[in-house]
Design a protein. Structure first.
Length: 464
């Protein structure tokens, strides 16, 4: 695009290298629906305050409608030589309708224009992410509801710790993702104020009505300071931070799925349709999806770092550095929107090897704490109970036995408080069922927590 809309001040054409370096059209062209929406609202406001005639507004709206239709069906392609999407649409509008198109930018700068475009874009894309998160949570809840009594080992330090259930484990991730869903909603609420009317940095002398455009575009109000309105990218940082934390949670889940799919664990078997093989080793079935999720989390975290470093040294108000916000937040959104359904597909199709989970839970003396608490209930101070059970654990390991395989005489050699009731207390189902405090792994506690989560997110509670 040879004719720049700002060329009046200049006597020489810009260098081609500058054009390439300066252009944002390769990535900001995705903002065209938002740019058109913002331009419509701005034009209607201009007509309302008397800066456009009714006929001029009609021409602008007709022109914008035709551009929107042509971009939607591919009749019109975005000019790759355009400086940005805003100037492309304005130039195309002026080409189509003539003089009224030159009036559209009245009272508006690209600074407040791009600020409103990116807000509109992030608002709708964040809604898509939140929908995908709810869908993933629903899958986790359904798996949990079907596995309220599927015993598995709980771990600390990746060592077998206490028996829990698969429902309890997946419920933990459902609660993490709920917080991610909430964080994104909170970020949108803080972002939902219109910068239109701020102009380049200091508003203008024309009788604009920013509240009118804000209301038409679905904002909660107008930004309170024009300098802040055009230079604020807090919302990009905040949304990207929420996305980075979401990806961190998905990466943690992925790490466990990778471990669980390995031969030493054997807790799950990935579905063939959601796995890959080796070019050399015929026997391999690789959990590439969770491995890629683990890797892609680094990209989103780096996008957050890009935004923070880009902003940290900028004086007020707008600076061209801020053009670099888009690629970072766009890539973060693209990555998350690809990751969520893909990992969900892996999870929903995998086979759960419940017998293997139970066997590992039983083999790791995971009921040792339950034995200590059994002695506490019989009046022994916890520290003494801990010491006595530690000695019993050492003895059981030497004998190659589980705790519940020790004879009553072997128990009583360490503690006279033990009687036949110890065997019921050490039964792994009873160990789990007894942990029925709020948030605990007992089936009743997990079911209560899942019902509450479903109510908060308005999810169907299948099998609950």
């Amino acid at each position: 695009m040879s004719n720049k809309l700002w060329s009046g001040r200049f006597t020489a054409a810009t260098d081609a290298l500058l054009d390439d370096f300066n252009s944002s059209i390769p990535f900001d062209q995705r903002l065209w629906p938002d740019d058109i929406a913002g331009s419509r609202a701005h034009a209607r406001m201009l007509e309302h305050v008397g800066l456009l005639t009714t006929e001029e507004l009609a021409a602008i709206e007709q022109g914008l409608d035709s551009i929107e239709a042509d971009l939607t069906d591919g009749t019109l392609a975005v000019d790759p030589t355009a400086e940005d999407i805003h100037m492309f649409i304005e130039a195309e509008l002026t080409r189509r309708i003539g003089e009224p198109g030159r009036k559209l930018h009245t009272g508006r700068s690209r600074n407040d224009q791009v600020a409103v475009d990116i807000r509109l874009y992030l608002r709708r894309m964040t809604s898509e992410v939140r929908t995908a998160i709810r869908s993933f949570i629903e899958t986790l809840v359904e798996i949990a509801a079907a596995n309220l009594r599927t015993i598995m080992p709980g771990f600390t330090h990746l060592q077998i710790a206490q028996p829990i259930t698969l429902a309890h484990h997946f419920s933990a991730y459902a609660h993490m993702l709920e917080r991610d869903w909430q964080r994104l909603g909170d970020a949108v609420d803080r972002m939902n104020y219109s910068p239109l009317g701020a102009g380049a940095l200091a508003t203008c002398t024309l009788p604009l009505d920013p509240a009118r455009t804000a209301a038409e575009l679905g904002f909660d109000g107008v930004c309170g300071n024009s300098l802040d309105a055009v230079s604020d990218r807090d919302f990009c940082v905040e949304i990207c931070a929420a996305l980075a934390l979401l990806m961190t949670h998905l990466s943690r889940l992925s790490e466990e799925l990778i471990l669980w799919a390995s031969t030493p664990f054997g807790f799950i078997t990935p579905d063939d349709a959601w796995s890959t093989g080796s070019s050399m080793m015929p026997q391999k079935k690789n959990p590439d999806i969770p491995e890629l999720v683990r890797g892609k989390s680094a990209r989103v975290i780096s996008n957050l770092n890009t935004l923070l470093v880009m902003l940290k040294g900028l004086p007020l108000a707008y600076n061209k550095d801020m053009q670099e916000d888009k690629e970072a937040i766009f890539e973060a959104l693209d990555t998350v929107l690809l990751t969520l359904p893909t990992l969900q597909g892996f999870v929903v199709t995998m086979k759960i090897n419940s017998e293997r989970m139970r066997s590992v839970a039983e083999s790791g003396l995971s009921n040792a704490t339950d034995l200590a608490e059994y002695l506490v209930r019989r009046g022994l101070p916890f520290r003494q109970a801990h010491e006595q059970v530690g000695k019993l654990v050492y003895y059981a390991l030497e004998q190659g036995k589980k705790l519940e395989e020790l004879s009553l005489d072997e128990f009583r050699a360490q503690s006279s408080l033990v009687d036949d009731s110890v065997y019921a207390a050490l039964k792994i189902e009873n160990c789990v069922a007894a942990r029925d405090l709020p948030g605990g792994p007992a089936p009743t506690a997990v079911e209560t927590a899942l019902r509450s989560l479903c109510e908060r997110l308005d999810l169907s509670a299948k099998n609950l």
